[in-house]
Design a protein around this ligand. Structure first.
Ligand SMILES: [Fe+2]
Ligand SMILES: [Fe+2]
Length: 368
């Protein structure tokens, strides 16, 4: 195997790191090994701790890095960010070695343990070229490795990400999703508490379920589901329901649409799938009801179920939807909106020569 190594503080890992790894793979390396430095250097430009002994002061001790981020946090973010099935791996040798690691020691260690075919690749940013000769045993490094000098992706850097988080600016699309969720969960790189943010668990659940939906339905259906989720979020906000739960129910509502049809409606099958595969239970009763009943509705269904029923019918990808539905201010209650949507549904069914479900008729009667 031909290996290339990519060191760094990964504080946090960002998309530019994965891009560099991708460049090495594109050049024919079979595997890229990402190696987080033990200490979180205050000097932001060190990809590997390769500088000479003369350099001081030393970075702060282990665990006391920027924003209280520990080596374990950095390692966890990396592990959560490497894309599945890509030949990118992580080696924690520098963290285990503790103290300051020098590139030369890491290179020797990697060569010894991995036994690469040919020379080891060492990925370094072009910004480090100028001072490279000052690194400890720079010549020896060059004799043991092919150095892959690369331009960094745009201006993305860990420093930039940290600054943006601290300043409450947009940063989320600069890092892989896995790192993002850990940063948010553990409140990393920020001194301000996100008191108003909803609990993270629901976002993790959304992430898992949305991944599943993507796998189970085609792109058109996925776009529809996404549109329903976003419409439902807006309705929930307007009518005072939990927007995250509305998103979750919306994204999941057609999860079983393209599964082998059985005796159940796809709504019922979807609710069953959420129970079986994701352990949905009494805490998710409203979401299960919304998914189960979204096709026909049912008398006495909960407000979230009403919102999903409505969103499914009025999301923007649906043609022939009344423009009034876009102006939520016109609708004093969920029920007033629901009644109007159901009447439209009956109209459409009539045009197609179909009869409405008894459940929908009863639902409408209950509203009037
Ligand atoms: Fe559906
Ligand atoms: Fe749908």
């Amino acid at each position: 195997m031909r290996y290339a190594i990519l060191g760094g503080s990964f504080n946090p890992v960002h998309n530019g790191h994965l891009y560099l790894a991708g460049l090495a793979l594109a050049e024919g390396y079979d595997c890229v090994i990402m190696i987080p430095a033990n200490q979180s250097p205050f000097k932001p430009h060190l990809p590997l701790q390769g500088k000479s002994d003369k350099d001081s002061p030393l970075p702060p001790p282990c665990g006391g890095g920027w924003g209280g981020v520990s080596p374990q946090d950095r390692l966890d973010m990396l592990a959560a960010s490497i894309p599945p099935a890509m030949p990118i791996t992580i080696d924690d040798c520098e963290i285990n070695r503790e103290g300051v690691s020098y590139t030369i020691d890491t290179v020797k260690d990697i060569i010894k343990r991995y036994g690469p075919d040919g020379k080891l690749g060492l990925i370094l940013g072009n910004d480090l070229k100028q001072d490279f000769h000052l690194w400890k045993n720079a010549e020896e490094i060059q004799s043991l490795c092919d150095i892959l000098w690369k331009d960094r992706l745009g201006d993305i850097s860990s420093t930039l990400v940290r600054k943006k988080i601290e300043n409450n600016e947009e940063w989320r699309y600069l890092v892989p999703n896995g790192a993002r969720y850990i940063i948010e969960d553990r409140n990393l790189y920020t001194s301000s508490l996100r008191a108003s943010a909803p609990p993270r668990e629901i976002f993790q659940l959304i992430n898992r379920i949305e991944t599943e939906v993507r796998a189970l339905v085609n792109t058109t259906r996925y776009i529809h589901s996404r549109s329903v989720a976003i419409t439902a979020t807006a309705l929930a906000r307007h009518f005072g329901l939990d927007p995250s739960r509305a998103y979750l129910a919306g994204i999941a509502h057609d999860i079983a649409k393209q599964i082998e049809p059985g005796p159940m409606t796809h709504g019922k099958a979807g609710a069953q799938l959420l129970k079986d595969r994701f352990g949905f239970g009494k805490n998710e009763k409203d979401i299960l009801e919304a998914v189960e009943k979204h096709t026909t509705g049912a008398p006495g269904m909960c407000d979230l179920a009403k919102i999903i029923y409505i969103s499914d019918k009025i999301e923007p990808a649906r043609r022939k939807v009344r423009p009034e539905y876009r102006n939520l201010g016109l609708w004093p209650t969920i029920d007033s909106l629901l009644a109007c949507v159901i009447e439209d549904v009956f109209e459409i069914l009539k045009e197609k020569g179909k009869i409405p479900s008894p459940d929908t008729i009863k639902l409408l009667e209950g509203l009037q």
